[in-house]
Design a protein around this ligand. Structure first.
Ligand SMILES: Cc1ncc(COP(=O)(O)O)c(C=O)c1O
Length: 362
């Protein structure tokens, strides 16, 4: 028997759910509503698809290990320099890289809970102790409790904003104030995977602070509003020496050349990103309204998903929806998460939910 590290052997791996193709095949004519992964529900911009096709002939070569073109384009958009931007194979991989760089025996990571499922997994990979801090009563990240949980051995504190799975949001000022209280030897990582969907304030990102402070990094991704989840590309913004240290823990060439081309091309269309933001808010308004009409409790969202309470029996309801081709995210015994889809997917979710709830009542 090979000797797997005990911590890895006991780990429950990240549950990515069924893939789109596999799930579609099962439901034929009725089609599916894929509302489990917080992806953007429509394809990437056509120019992006064309750029990938044009670049495909060159993939006999290794990608650019420094993703120079993408980092230059990002730096231009963000008003910073390319050395304050680093890239990875999605935010997941960037978070894992940061965890590897900051963990080790005798360290701890502090993060809110419930939150993104990779945080505890990364702590196991990194051999760091997990300190989970419950959300407050409104299901918001509890900054007071988070600050209180930081110990001398805490090397990483994560804030997910908006928080997955609750969609709750902290203002930039609140996080700034929190960051002022964190010791300089602890890295604050603000995971803004859903940052482009925030409607609460125009300037919500912590990126301007990240380029000023050695112990603050922001992680963003092309998987969500840009619709590139299948390609795996994301980025971190922070001070150059901090990023240089973190990336020593990263495998080489994690961003493939097609991913780099697609992400770089996507940045040329900010007006379409704005349209996507507005379409998402339309879906949020519809779904929040429909849930309120039905007396279903939910957390008002600043992201592209809603955390809702279906009460005891929630896992059974989620399973029944899945059997109808409407896939939402497994949550807890009483709560679950639905991603904002196209208008027709959103309507279908509500219709199917009505049907399941009626069936259960009769
Ligand atoms: C909060 C959060 N961070 C990071 C990610 C990772 O996204 P990706 O690895 O696709 O960039 C996700 C994905 O669902 C997420 O919800």
């Amino acid at each position: 028997m090979v000797r797997i590290r005990a911590a890895i052997d006991h780990l429950v791996p990240y549950d990515g759910g069924p893939g789109f193709e596999e799930f579609s095949r099962r439901f034929g004519a009725r089609g599916i509503a894929m509302l489990a992964g917080n992806e953007y529900p429509t394809p990437p911009f056509p120019e992006v698809v064309d750029a990938i096709a044009s670049a495909a002939g060159g993939i006999n070569r290794y990608p650019d290990a420094g993703t120079v073109r993408l980092r230059e384009a990002l730096a231009g958009m963000l008003g910073t320099t390319p050395d304050c931007v680093w890239t990875g194979a999605g935010s997941s991989e960037n978070l894992t890289t940061a965890a590897r760089a900051l963990g080790g025996p005798g360290t701890s990571f502090v993060y809110p809970w419930p939150s993104f499922a990779m945080y505890p997994i990364n702590a196991v990979y990194a051999d760091a102790e997990s300190i989970r801090v419950p959300l407050d009563e409104a299901l918001r990240v509890d900054l007071e409790a988070l600050a209180g949980a930081i110990r001398d051995d805490t090397t990483l504190v994560i804030i997910c904003n908006p928080n997955n799975p609750t969609g709750s949001y902290l203002s930039r000022a609140e996080i700034h104030e929190f960051a002022d209280r964190v010791p300089e030897s602890t890295l604050v990582l603000v995971d803004e995977a859903y940052g482009e969907f925030v409607a609460a304030e125009e300037h919500s990102s912590l990126i301007p602070l990240a380029v000023e402070r050695p112990n603050l990094v922001v992680a963003r991704t092309f998987s969500k509003i840009y619709g590139l989840a299948g390609l795996r590309v994301g980025y971190m913004v922070g001070q150059a020496p901090t990023l240089r240290s973190l990336r020593k823990a990263q495998s080489p060439f994690v961003v493939g050349s097609l991913a780099e081309v697609a992400a770089t091309t996507s940045l040329r269309f900010p007006e379409r990103v704005r349209e996507r933001f507005e379409l998402n808010r339309r879906g949020v308004d519809y779904l929040e309204g429909a849930l309120a009409d039905r007396g279903v409790r939910y957390v008002p969202t600043q992201a592209n998903f809603i955390w809702l309470r279906l009460g005891p029996g929630t896992p059974g309801i989620v399973q029944e929806l899945l059997e109808m081709g409407t896939l939402i995210r497994k949550g807890t015994e009483e709560w679950t998460r639905v991603s904002i889809g196209t208008d027709s997917e959103n309507r279908r979710f509500i219709e199917d939910l009505d049907l399941v709830l009626r069936r259960r009542r009769s």
